[in-house]
Ligand binder design. Structure first.
Ligand code: C9U
Length: 518
């Protein structure tokens, strides 16, 4: 039983022998190569009775080629069998393609067993003889168009890249001044301080940018000039004057005056920006300045009574503003002398520190003594009738004489001083005298909107001036003020005080609280 039964050792031995034979066969094939059936393309030196030996790891092939027989004028199939040569290794050969002579050739390959190619029948691909010239044409077409297409594509890519770089750099150039001038944390005073070198306000591009970014909060006044709004820029309060579309000349003039070199002064309304926006048929002209929450001197005096200190402060600071305006500054970057021509309490603003600043330069006239040239701008408007000097009302003023224009300003300033001093309470001995109620000059002798004739009659024909209340005579300060006022509104322009003289006189009364008024 034991001798009959195949022992596991003997079975394993049998399998081992088979594996060994197989290995030897593989090794032999690896060493000797593959035997292929060969016909038509048999190498003489390697031809063993219609067979050839393929190189190790190579293939047997069976090829069919269509050839044109000129004798029969027909196409015929020509079959060849054989071994792929050493330079034909790989399966790349084993597919259909056009030969060098534009003949279709189809090759099938195999390497499973010796003579495996004998019964391989590759499919022929039929091509007409016309294929040849067409193929030629296609090839040459491709040869020409491909490099051309490549060059064209390269050119397009380079153009797009170049344009992109150009745009990038021009955008950088465009943003440069803005980026440099308006920093993300810049305040209006930072910007104004930065541009103070120019002496004539912010660069135009910055003005436009600020104007675009302003939000209008609420209207604070309306008048013949247009409308004034409280606005905001990056949280800071600004005043926005919106001009009537019919009054472009005032906007142009005022903008021009504000951009005058060296005009900036603590008693001149601080200019920020001017802009003109066209929205279809509507053109909006804006002027953006510092905002003063106390409003105009006219607004302020309505319900504020003054003491000597605040009365002098308002009066002196206004005279400083007018004096700066009237004064010509010489030098290469000098300032022309400027006459305001519409001085009134509504055109003067009250600052939080109790000083005033002059606004509204729509009628202003510039003068440069060197060339004795008066620049009226293009505004045909005239000042406010109530504040017109007698020589303006009787049209005897020499409009081509700049001194006359300054004197006319001083007349108007005299009336403003009268409005201020009325609101000042006074003392006489141990008696405290109440301030007079607010009134406009000539409130008691002309209608609310007086005509030119009304004013002429009162001021020129009757020679009337506002009343000086009696209580003013009992007090040294008010007595001096009344003297100054009367010298300002003198009928003879040449006899009037200059702004500089008023400034010097009032400065004597100025009680210093540590805040400088010069
Ligand atoms: C009245 C004319 N006016 C006032 C301002 C301006 N004109 C102006 C001139 N040029 C450029 C821009 C503006 C002006 N106003 C202020 N502040 C202001 C605050 C309050 C009032 C008025 C003005 N009130 C009026 C009466 N009711 C209460 C509020 N700041 C700067 C300029």
């Amino acid at each position: 039983m034991a001798a009959m039964a195949p022992s596991p050792g003997r079975g394993a031995h049998k399998h081992g022998v088979i594996a060994l034979i197989l290995c030897l066969l593989v090794l032999q094939r690896e060493a000797w190569g593959l035997l292929c059936y060969c016909e038509g393309l048999c190498p003489d030196h390697n031809n063993f009775n219609g067979t050839c030996e393929a190189k190790p790891n190579s293939f047997c092939f069976s090829a069919v080629e269509t050839v044109y027989d000129v004798e029969t004028d027909q196409w015929k199939e020509e079959r060849t069998y054989g071994c792929l040569g050493p330079d034909e290794l790989g399966l790349m050969q084993c597919r259909a393609y056009l030969t060098k002579h534009q003949r279709p050739k189809n090759i099938s390959c195999c390497n499973e067993s010796d003579r495996c190619n004998e019964h391989l029948l590759p499919q022929i691909i039929h091509h007409k003889p016309s294929v040849a010239p067409q193929g030629n044409f296609l090839e040459s077409l491709l040869l020409v168009t491909l490099p051309l297409g490549f060059v064209a594509l390269l050119a397009v890519i380079m153009t797009v890249w170049f344009r992109y770089r150009q745009r990038e750099s021009s955008m950088l150039e465009y943003n440069k001044p803005l980026g440099l001038v308006i920093g993300p944390n810049d305040t209006l005073s930072d910007l104004i301080e930065q541009s103070s070198g120019s002496g004539s306000g912010l660069p135009l591009l910055v003005q436009r940018t600020i104007a675009k970014q302003i939000q209008l909060v609420q209207s604070v006044g309306k008048g013949r000039y247009g409308e004034v709004w409280l606005g905001r820029w990056r949280g800071e309060k600004v005043a926005v004057k919106i001009f009537f579309t019919t009054d472009e000349a005032s906007w142009v003039r005022e903008t021009e005056i504000y951009q005058t070199v060296l005009l900036r002064h603590e008693n001149i309304l601080g200019f920020i920006a001017a802009d003109i926006k066209g929205t279809g048929s509507l053109t909006q002209m804006l002027l953006i300045t510092d905002y003063h929450q106390l409003g105009s001197l006219y607004d302020y005096l309505q319900n504020t009574t003054l003491n000597y200190f605040s009365m002098i402060r308002l009066s002196l600071s206004t005279s400083c503003g007018i004096s700066h305006l009237h004064t010509e500054i010489f030098g290469t970057k000098g300032k022309p002398a400027i006459a305001h021509r519409d001085i009134k309490s509504k055109n003067i603003l009250v600052k939080r520190n109790g000083e005033c600043c002059i606004a509204d330069f729509g009628l202003a006239v510039k003068y440069v003594s060197e060339n004795n040239e008066l620049d009226f701008g293009n505004n045909r408007k005239v000042g406010t009738r109530r504040y017109m000097a007698p020589e303006v009302l009787n049209e005897t003023i020499n409009m081509s004489c700049f001194e006359s224009l300054k004197m006319a300003d001083m007349y108007s300033f005299g009336l403003v001083l009268w409005e201020i001093v009325r609101r000042c309470a006074s003392e006489s001995g141990d008696r405290y005298l109440l301030a007079d109620e607010y009134q406009l000059p000539y409130f008691d002798c002309v209608p609310p909107d007086p005509s030119f004739e009304d004013m002429h009659e009162v001021v020129c024909v009757r020679g009337v001036r506002p009343d000086i209340p009696l209580r003013w005579h009992y007090n040294e300060v008010l007595k001096t003020m009344s003297k100054v006022i009367q010298e300002c509104w003198h009928a003879n322009p040449a006899a009037r005080l200059t702004a500089l003289r008023v400034k010097k006189t009032l400065y004597k009364f100025h009680v210093s609280d540590g805040t400088k008024i010069v």
